[in-house]
Structure formats: structure tokens, C-alpha cells
Design a protein around this ligand. Structure first.
Ligand code: HGY
Ligand code: MN
Ligand code: MN
Length: 431
């Protein structure tokens, strides 16, 4: 006769096994097809895709994703910051929703996987739950954040960080955030009403491509993100003196482009001189008046610094500003640094969710690796109000923000299955 303890143990084990066996898997073909459909929005003559936030292509892509969410039975709405959300009722409406999602806007001539994998996998997870007839205890909420590439705008609004000057930042479409928000169906005058309170979700999960080459190089299936770097942007204006390129002796020039060239090298040297994984980039340059026979009088470059530590970003910046002072003296030019309010603070993910992601990957027979994110993400804003977790899947050759960006369908499905299982475990075990 089995002891009472043994009976309880068998009962519990069968329950757990039952739970484990009942977890459905996403439909890889359906997920891949939705990625390819979304990629159609913004295709240009040369076959590349350009779906920058606020563009006509962004409007069309947003309409596609809204229709997909509606067909999937989600109750869809667009908030005043242009974030698209889709709600699915849980058995217990008193429980806090579990949020998950990403973004679908792109950098100019970007790739079709950055943000799109997490967004479409979120919808695929809901479809999979529908097909399996699973209703979670917690309500679910899918988030498609607006204008992530322009400084995680939508998620900043959601955590109450999108204020003042930020709305005047102009992206490559020529629209300011204010104009763009109104263009995509938001209301820039009512941004404050978008803010969600602390703890208003049980958790937020984001599946995303790694955008770097670690998982691909080391042939690892899943990245368990420990932290997301902080990002700071500046416009650096260098004032020289435009003059005749033929009659002005070299020693008498105030050449703004020469000063800019020295500054770009200085950014690289300062960044490499610190210990750690920080990065410093000059990604944009404009030289005026831009004629071959005129010494450039004015140059504006962008400056971006990223690191997991805000303090290190400050130290890197002051070292670069010091080098700029030296360059001013050498070239007779004047540097002005203007911070661009489209940045994000470093964020750590919740260790409990990291452990869940690792466990669910293992349960699926997938390898995983703890890592930091060198890319910024909406999850780093959401971390200010709720516990977050991030799941990475490999980017082939570590390429991203490029038409050559690619992630294999199997890897997308792996990430979506880990997302689904992590969500269901949180649903079962968390309040
Ligand atoms: O720039 C980034 O890190 C992100 O892809 N928005
Ligand atoms: Mn992204
Ligand atoms: Mn990106």
C-alpha cells in the first residue's frame, strides 16, 4: 500500500508533468509568414525596407499589425503616445496583466527582424493560446511600442518620462515627435495620460533579436538578458570660419571639418581607453557650406555613448569634451555639445525572470547564455515600473540595423516558445 506521502508526491509530479505536457508550441510557419508580411510595408525600389516611425510605411505597417491583433481576438487600442496595445481577458480580472511585446518601427534601411520578431511572436503566442483553448489566470496585454528607434519614445511615455523638449526631437522623416505622435493616431497634448503606475503589470517580457554576434558565433539558442545599456545622445556643433579654399593659407584656417575629423578619432580613442564593454559612436555628420572650394565653416556631428553604468557614460563624455577643448585650441574652432532628449537609462532585468527563461529554455532542450544588451530596448523603460525579462535569439553574423539582418525561423520559434512558457509559468506562480 503506497504511503500517503508517496501518493501526494505522485499526484504533484503528474500535475507538473501534465502542465509541462499541456504547453503548446507556436506555429513556426505562421510566425515566419507574419514577419514576411510585415516586411512588405516600406519596401523600396532596391528591395530594401524603410519603415521609420511616423512615415507612410509605418502607418501601413501599424494598420497591418492592428488587423492581425484584432483577428487574433485581442481588444486593440492606441494610446495618446501611439502605442498599440491588445488586451486578452484572464480568468481572474483582479490579477495584474502580464505584458509582452516590442516595436515594429525601423531605422532607415534597417532590417526586418529588429523589434518585429518580438512583436509578431507576441501575437503568435496569443494565437497559440487561442488554438489550445488556454485562458490564463492573469489578463494578458500585448504592447507594440511607438517610435522605439527614435529614443524608445512610446515606452518612455508609458513610464512618464516623455516630457518637454523630447517632443521636439525630429527623426529622419522630418516629423518631430509631437507631429509624429499625432500622425500615428496619438495626441501629443495628452501624453501625460499614457503613464502607467508603478507595479501596474505583473511583469513585462520582451523577445528580441540579439543584434550582436555572440549567440550566432557560439551557436547558442537563447540569450538571457541580465541588463540593458544606457544610451546618451548629443548633437556636437563645431563652429569654424568658412573661407576661400584657394587663397587661405593652411596656418590661418579655422577648418570645422578638420576639427570634426580629429574629434571623431578622439571619440574612438577615449572609448577604447576605458576598461569594459562601453561603446562610443559618431553616426551622422553634416558639413557646411559643403562646397569643394570652401573651407567648412560649420559642422554638426552626432555623438552616442552607451554603457551599463550611467556613471561611466558621464566619465566617458567628460573625457571626450576635454579632448574637444584641445582640438579647439589646435584648430581655432568652437565646440558646442547639445544633449538630445531621446535617451534611456541602463536597466537590469529581474533575476527571477532570468532564472525562469533559463529553465524554460532547458525544458525545451535549448542552450542559453546570460548576457547584457548593447542595444537599447523598450524593456529598459518598462523596468522602471514593473519586473522585466528579455529573451534574445541569434542574429546571423551579428548583423543588425541593416537590410542584411536575418534570424532563422527555427530561432524565432525557439524564442517564441520560451516566451510562451515563461509567460505561462509567471501566470501560474506569480500573483
Ligand atoms: O539603437 C538601439 O540600440 C535600438 O535598436 N533602438
Ligand atoms: Mn529594437
Ligand atoms: Mn533597433
Amino acid at each position: 500500500m503506497a504511503s500517503p506521502e508517496k501518493i501526494i508526491c505522485v499526484f504533484l509530479l503528474s500535475g507538473l508533468l501534465g502542465f509541462a505536457q499541456n504547453i503548446p508550441k507556436v506555429d513556426q510557419g505562421r510566425l515566419e509568414a507574419s514577419i514576411m508580411s510585415l516586411a512588405e510595408y516600406g519596401v523600396m525600389e532596391n528591395g530594401e525596407t524603410n519603415r521609420v516611425a511616423f512615415s507612410d510605411a509605418d502607418l501601413a505597417g501599424r494598420a497591418y499589425i492592428i488587423s492581425l491583433m484584432q483577428v487574433t481576438g485581442l481588444e486593440v487600442s492606441v494610446d495618446f503616445a501611439g502605442n498599440i496595445t491588445g488586451k486578452r481577458a484572464g480568468k481572474d480580472p483582479s490579477k495584474k496583466p502580464i505584458g509582452f511585446g516590442s516595436h515594429i518601427d525601423m531605422v532607415p534601411n534597417g532590417g526586418n527582424y529588429d523589434g518585429c520578431v518580438g512583436s509578431l511572436a507576441a501575437i503568435e503566442v496569443v494565437r497559440t493560446l487561442n488554438v489550445a483553448g488556454i485562458q490564463t489566470e492573469h489578463p494578458l496585454e500585448v504592447f507594440i511600442f511607438s517610435n522605439e528607434e527614435g529614443g524608445v519614445m512610446g515606452s518612455r511615455a508609458l513610464v512618464g518620462d516623455l516630457k518637454g523638449d523630447a517632443l521636439n526631437v525630429v527623426n529622419s522623416t522630418g516629423y518631430s515627435m509631437r507631429e509624429g505622435i499625432n500622425r500615428i493616431g496619438g495626441d501629443a497634448d495628452r501624453i501625460a495620460e499614457v503613464e502607467r503606475p508603478q507595479g501596474s503589470l505583473a511583469a513585462f517580457l520582451e523577445l528580441h533579436i540579439e543584434q550582436g554576434g555572440i549567440l550566432d558565433r557560439e551557436q547558442i539558442d537563447i540569450g538571457v538578458v541580465e541588463g540593458i545599456v544606457g544610451i546618451k545622445w548629443w548633437d556636437v556643433s563645431i563652429q569654424g570660419f568658412a573661407n576661400h579654399a584657394g587663397t587661405t593659407p593652411m596656418a590661418l584656417r579655422k577648418d570645422a571639418l578638420l576639427a570634426a575629423a580629429k574629434f571623431i578619432i578622439a571619440v574612438n580613442e577615449v572609448t577604447n581607453s576605458f576598461e569594459g564593454k562601453q561603446v562610443g559612436t559618431v553616426g551622422r555628420i553634416a558639413a557646411l557650406p559643403g562646397a569643394p572650394n570652401v573651407i567648412p565653416g560649420q559642422v554638426v556631428v552626432s555623438l552616442e555613448i552607451r554603457d551599463l553604468s550611467s556613471e561611466k557614460i558621464v566619465n566617458l563624455f567628460s573625457a571626450m569634451a576635454k579632448r574637444a577643448k584641445d582640438i579647439e585650441n589646435e584648430t581655432g574652432t568652437q565646440f558646442t555639445f547639445t544633449p538630445i532628449d531621446a535617451t534611456s537609462a541602463p536597466a537590469l532585468t529581474d533575476p527571477r525572470i532570468q532564472a525562469l527563461i533559463t529553465k524554460e529554455a532547458k525544458a525545451l532542450g535549448l542552450s542559453s547564455k546570460q548576457m547584457q544588451s548593447g542595444a537599447g530596448h523598450d524593456a529598459q523603460d518598462m523596468a522602471k515600473i514593473v519586473p522585466v525579462g528579455m529573451i534574445f535569439v541569434p542574429s546571423v553574423n551579428g548583423i543588425s540595423h541593416s537590410p542584411k539582418e536575418y534570424t532563422f525561423p527555427e530561432d524565432m520559434a525557439n524564442g517564441a516558445n520560451v516566451l510562451l512558457r515563461t509567460l505561462l509559468t509567471i501566470d501560474k506562480k506569480w500573483d
